[in-house]
Design a protein around this ligand. Structure first.
Ligand code: GLU
Length: 506
């Protein structure tokens, strides 16, 4: 078995954003490439901000993105539990051990004292760091004070020296203990601090590589100090570059949609997001291929091709990827992909075109015809309802009142084309794509009009719009739609043309 074991360790304090999603994806790709294990660990030690709803949303978001994990809170595993709130005993045990061996001590400093120390350092032009005042309190004295009810944190005596590691992304990196104050292991509230819990967990979960955002880079020497104090070998570290917005400031909500929940609602396909996120700071060996299937990403992913420089998140580029993946959707995908089906269904229910249940012929029409005719040119699936307007909303009167459409009808020769077309089309019981083509040919012969002069008036009469998808595909879509029990009735070609005749006084 591969010795690669990596983890994604989010805190359930909000929605999953681009940065975290990219961290999760890189860990997952690395694990899958090496046939290693991908572990999901929930870092919920911040009791005030952590919420169960966020945890379940987080799991849903990761599943939606197409990631799966080998061990995690919902499925267990040999190194659990996988929620930090369920691992308190372990942290308590190691905090006590470090105190007993003299490597850690109780700290009784109040927030006010710490703040005063910090201010004094800033005023003296020094980098603030804890003075280590409580180091001098003998253990028996500290125990006595705790027994009498005084609250105490536990701090590590940071061993002096230089903490170095060879970061997989940043190369040789080092920090001196001089810049680090004694690290809090346990807060006076009894909660473990992040740096402590993470080291205990990474060690016991046998994590081989810690791949995380570079906002954690200054935590790494502190974690290394703990590994040193505990006599444990640290994992390898890879710190991923910051993600910036188009204005080159750190990506945040100010830049618009950045959470997976936003993307899902907009109708970004998970495969498009996966592909796009993979390229935020990583590139394949050839340095240029952009469209990569998940299998290709797994096969090619390597930590060697991660860049140090910040990645820029560009939503337009994500849209371009999405448009590509939407255009690849084919008939069979709707049978395979229940999530895609549910998304499209919900979207059209929300805009009032459909009501449930949607099955049988209706479902065939919706997914295998309407979607495939209208979706190929959209950036986001939520543009589908606007595109579907050509099917669901036809109003000849309104069209005759709008300049661009009225002008088409009023142009010389248009009425002649329309009269010929409408009388032939109304003679059919139902218009098929082939019959439509045959009829327009006959009209061309009879009137001598062709190209735009022929098709523009016909398009306007049938759709009420000056442009749109191919008429030959729309015509049968209208005819079939008109016979289906839709919430919003789809007008047949005959209904449209009669309404048009009346409105245009033809
Ligand atoms: N809970 C931390 C975060 O969400 C995890 C950091 C780490 O991977 O060590 O940023």
């Amino acid at each position: 078995m591969s010795s690669v074991r990596v983890r994604f360790a989010p805190s359930p304090t909000g929605y999953v954003h681009v940065g975290n999603a990219r961290t999760a994806l890189f860990n997952w790709l690395f694990a899958r490439h090496h046939q290693g294990q991908f572990i999901l660990r929930i870092e919920d030690t911040d009791v005030e901000r952590s919420r169960a709803e966020y945890e379940s949303q987080l799991l849903d978001d990761l599943r939606w993105l197409g990631l799966d994990w080998d061990e995690g809170p919902d499925k267990g595993g040999a190194h659990g539990p996988y929620r930090q709130s369920e691992r308190r005993e372990l942290y308590g045990k190691f905090a006590r051990q470090l105190i007993e061996t003299g490597q850690a001590y109780y700290c009784f400093c109040t927030p006010e004292q710490l703040e005063a120390e910090r201010q004094a350092a800033l005023e003296a032009g020094r980098q603030p760091k804890y003075s280590g005042r409580c180091r001098a309190i003998p253990l028996h004295e500290a125990e006595r004070r705790r027994a009498s009810g005084e609250a105490a944190a536990v701090r590590l005596k940071i061993p002096e020296g230089i903490y170095r590691w060879r970061d997989v992304v940043h190369g040789e990196t080092s920090f001196s203990s001089e810049v680090m104050g004694d690290l809090i292991l346990m807060r006076s509230s009894g909660q473990p601090a992040y740096n402590f819990a993470v080291v205990i967990d990474d060690y016991f979960m046998q994590i081989s590589h810690v791949i995380r955002g570079d906002d954690h880079i200054s935590n790494t020497p502190r974690q290394l100090a703990l590994y040193r104090a505990l006599g444990w070998t640290p994992p390898q570290f890879a710190h991923l570059s910051t993600i910036l917005g188009p204005d080159r400031t750190r990506l945040s909500k100010r830049h618009g949609a950045t959470s997976l929940e936003n993307f899902r609602q907009m109708g970004i396909l998970p495969e498009a997001l996966r592909n796009y996120l993979a390229l935020l700071g990583w590139s394949p060996a050839d340095g240029k291929t952009e469209i990569l299937s998940t299998e290709q990403l797994i096969a090619q992913f390597s930590l060697d091709h991660i860049t140090k420089s910040p990645a820029v998140f560009d939503i337009k580029k994500l849209y371009a990827f999405n448009r590509h993946y939407i255009s690849q959707i084919n008939v069979g995908d709707f049978d395979r992909d229940a999530a895609l089906r549910a998304w499209v269904e919900q979207h059209l229910v929300d805009v009032g075109y459909l009501e449930r249940p949607i099955n049988g012929k209706l479902s065939e029409w919706l997914f295998k015809k309407l979607f495939l005719i209208l979706a190929p040119s959209v950036d986001r699936l939520d543009e589908l309802s606007a595109r579907a307007s050509v099917v669901f909303n036809y109003d000849a009167q309104a069209m005759m009142e709008r300049g661009p459409t009225r002008d088409v009808v009023e142009q010389p020769g248009a009425r002649q084309v329309l009269q010929a077309f409408i009388s032939k089309a109304l003679a059919e019981t139902e218009l098929s794509g082939e019959r439509f083509r045959a009829i327009t040919k006959e009209v061309q012969k009879e009137t001598g009009k062709k190209g735009k002069e022929l098709f523009h008036p016909i398009r306007v009469a049938l759709t009420g719009q000056v442009s749109g998808p191919e008429l030959e595909k729309l015509v049968p879509l209208f005819e079939e739609g008109s016979k289906l029990p839709l919430k919003k009735h789809v007008k047949s070609c005959a209904e449209r043309l009669r309404e048009f005749q009346a409105a245009a006084k033809l």
